[in-house]
Design a protein around this ligand. Sequence first.
Ligand code: DOR
Ligand code: ZN
Length: 338
Amino acid sequence: MRAMEITLNSPLDMHLHLRDGDMLKLTAPLSADFAGAVIMPNLVPPVTTPEMMQGYAERIEAALDGAAFTPYMTLFFTALGEKELLAARETPGFFGFKLYPAGITTNSEGGVSDMAQADTTLHLMEELGIPLLVHGESHGFVMDREQEFLAVYRHLATRYPKLKLSMEHITTAAALKLLDEFPNICATVTLQHLIITLDDVAGGALRPHLFCKPIAKRPEDRDALLQAALSGHPRLFFGSDSAPHPRCRKEACGCAAGVFTGPVALPKLAEIFATHGALENLQAFVSDNACKWYGLAPVQKQITLRNTPMSVPAAYRSYGQEVVPMYAGESIGWSVVR
Ligand code: DOR
Ligand code: ZN
């Protein structure tokens, strides 16, 4: 096989769960090939104040043990006034707000139950240039939740035309269409939603480590997402949504939602883009598009990937934690050159 290589400049993960405590110590170094990531705030309790956010950012930095990696911090969206929004914006490391419909996923009980209650805050965020990242699912039938939520995205994009609005972890061809309809919306897409469909999760034996929210959808959705990513769509960014849960919470009755992809994301993306002859668009997908949209200037970091295989461990274990990654015990065609 012909040797192939790509060097990425400052790759970014625009949607990442690192958790806290011992789990954070395990997971943070496993995402440290990225130059930075947008860090999700759904801890227990959620990260709702600048003080909590700063404390969390410090714990992330400690867990990274000197790695050049910028945590772009988010606050869990609650209805706030101008003074509080200004305080958030002035806090070092602050990136934006993550809005969860109440109860829609892990630790989101304190989310928004009525969008009208968010109106004043959203108008202010628009004026202040503060991005809004949204977990876009309704409480309907699980396969239709994203589709049903598109009406809310339409409403937000129309009512707050200058708001920097991101549809997080999109899983449908319909969401991509919305991206083309509204130039003021961007979106992230995960690794797993470029690869799997519901069949991979539940079509044969149940695969708990591929179970996440939003649930993987139909082949035509997966194919449309993959084509958009491969083409370097300027408003589609890589966001892994790597969401580690202890093995005992995944291999359980009442399996927690989340796919742990942090350690395999860059090699697998390189493999996918190479397989489809689209390696030249990987830089845009994992960094440049998001940098342009948000005006980011991440730390300079070059990561070289090569088509020599990576053996993915059956599990990552440290600090008393055990987490199973996507492709556990398997081999990926590409790896990071150390
Ligand atoms: O699968 C998911 N896991 N989806 C989410 O929205 C949250 C995440 C988590 O925090 O575990
Ligand atoms: Zn997430």
